[in-house]
Design a protein around this ligand. Structure first.
Ligand code: UDP
Length: 467
């Protein structure tokens, strides 16, 4: 908490502690269970690490469980994910057979969780993968809330098929959370919903402060920068113990940038909606020919993220696009896959990349929130991001550049080039970006919203008992 106070100030800290004390009183002996489908990779896992940690400091009993599933389960739930984003994804169905498979996998999970969830406990389910747990948890007497970290502003036939698939699974949830109001689908419009934007943890390896020499040492050890580190590539692990980067990343690179050469970075899972290939083409055609700078597209090692079956295919597409670039442009772009075997090491490499970047890109075609945007802004970097989903909620005027049309490769290139050519402007924007994140996207703000949500659900119970 003392560390957090340094970031959010004492008024905000006092408010958080007072709210937690009051909240614990209302909670009685109940436990808050939070369910997700992976401990590594992706924004949800990243956030849960931080928030679950804070609730422990605040003595609120929160436990995180990760569900398992087979490949078919993750193929189906990825299909649902893509369709909630308004895209077909693949040509598979979302009918009775798929729902039966999802239920079968989740029933097996319920068995392994056995009797750990007690009547009256609060259960927070994250994303389509866990939606099918709502019924079993409600039947155990838990109060279930389902959170979608994804969404799209306007529904279409794909979103409708996803919501038709999910709504019977979600019938047992008492409340719903979305990152933006416009993400609430028509089928849930009459149900209790809360709008809670995500947050970042300034002390996790992903965001912890790093000096310039250490950030460079990490990138040299990863293989991205040439030379020998002047200091050890050390950092603090999530559990507080010291860490040192030792694993090199895998790179597709013909030339490495010099230690002081500007780099432009997009960090994303290998997902078509992140449009890594579009960023590659835009940089090659519209940034590389007109000045200095190297593009680094960084993502997880493709075998690392088990609930993301499309990753390998999307990475292969990006690789093919890289290989087919004209040589002079290819030399200015790098694909990097960061090992996932050590979550903290992965995070600190991403941190070092974001800090070393002159400009950060997030040219997604669709985005639930886009934690990488807040992460980049927190490091005082200007972000050029598409005006889609939650990216619009993060890049305020003067804190970065919003690209109206995410498919406008020339427009993206222009925005990046202008920032590379005007370091003073880039620095001003970056400083404003950091303050914007401090005000809106740090965990205390997030936890206060969850406390409101759960208090309100608990008060409906009290009302029902006293009625
Ligand atoms: N991330 C990471 N390593 C990678 C790629 C991504 O740690 O190789 C992290 C990234 O820093 C961010 C999260 O994964 O914290 C992605 O969250 P975001 O909301 O941007 O997108 P999502 O993947 O959830 O769609």
């Amino acid at each position: 908490m003392a560390e957090l106070t340094e970031v959010i100030g004492s008024d905000r800290t006092v408010r958080l502690i007072e709210t937690a004390t009051e909240f614990r009183r209302g909670l009685g002996g109940r436990v808050i269970w939070t369910f997700s489908s992976t401990v590594t990779g992706g924004g949800v896992a990243e956030m849960l690490y931080a928030l679950v940690g804070y609730t422990k400091d605040l003595a609120v009993d929160t436990r995180w469980l990760v569900i398992g599933g087979d490949n078919e389960f993750f193929r189906i739930t990825k299909r649902v994910h893509n369709r909630i984003h308004g895209q077909a994804g693949d040509d598979g169905g979302l009918g009775a057979a798929e729902r039966a498979h999802v239920e079968e996998v989740l029933n097996a999970n319920v068995e392994s969780i056995a009797d750990r969830v007690s009547p009256g406990d609060l259960v927070l389910l994250h994303d389509p993968q866990t939606a099918g747990m709502a019924r079993a948890m409600a039947e155990r007497g838990a109060l279930v809330v389902w959170r979608s970290h994804i969404g799209i502003d306007a529904e279409n036939e794909h979103t409708q098929s996803a919501w038709e698939f999910l709504s019977p699974l979600l019938a047992y949830a008492r409340g719903f959370v979305f990152s933006r109001r416009s993400y609430v689908p028509a089928v849930l419009s009459e149900r209790p919903t809360w709008i809670i934007p995500p947050s970042i943890d300034p002390f996790s390896p992903k965001n912890e402060p790093l000096t310039d020499p250490v950030a460079r040492a990490i990138l040299i050890t990863s293989g991205l920068l040439p030379g020998t580190p002047s200091v050890a590539p050390t950092y603090i692990r999530r559990d507080g113990s010291p860490g040192e980067v030792s694993r090199p990343a895998w790179l597709a690179a013909e030339e490495l940038p010099g230690p002081d050469d500007p780099i432009v970075v997009q960090v994303s899972r290998w997902d078509r909606l992140k449009d890594m290939t579009g960023v590659l083409r835009a940089f090659a055609a519209h940034v590389a020919p007109s000045g200095p700078g190297t593009l680094v597209l960084a993502g997880p090692a493709v075998e690392g993220v088990i609930d993301d079956p499309e990753g390998a295919a999307v990475f292969a597409e990006c690789m093919a696009a890289w290989q087919s670039l004209p040589p002079a442009q290819r030399a200015r772009t790098i694909l990097m896959t960061v090992p996932m075997s050590d979550v903290d090491e992965n995070a600190i490499i991403v941190n070092a990349l974001q800090r070393h970047a002159r400009v950060i890109a997030q040219k997604s075609l669709a985005e639930g929130f886009g934690l990488t945007v807040a992460e980049g802004m927190w490091k005082g970097r200007p972000v050029v991001g598409s005006a889609v989903g939650g990216i619009q909620d993060q890049i305020a005027p003067g804190t970065g550049v919003l690209l109206r049309d995410p498919t406008d490769l020339a427009g993206f290139g222009r925005a990046v080039r202008e920032l590379l050519d005007d370091p003073a402007r880039a620095e001003r924007m970056g400083a404003a970006a950091r303050e914007h994140v401090r005000d809106h996207f740090i965990g205390d703000v997030h936890l206060l919203r969850y406390a409101e949500l759960f208090s309100s659900l608990l008060s409906t119970l009290v009302d029902a008992q006293t009625a």
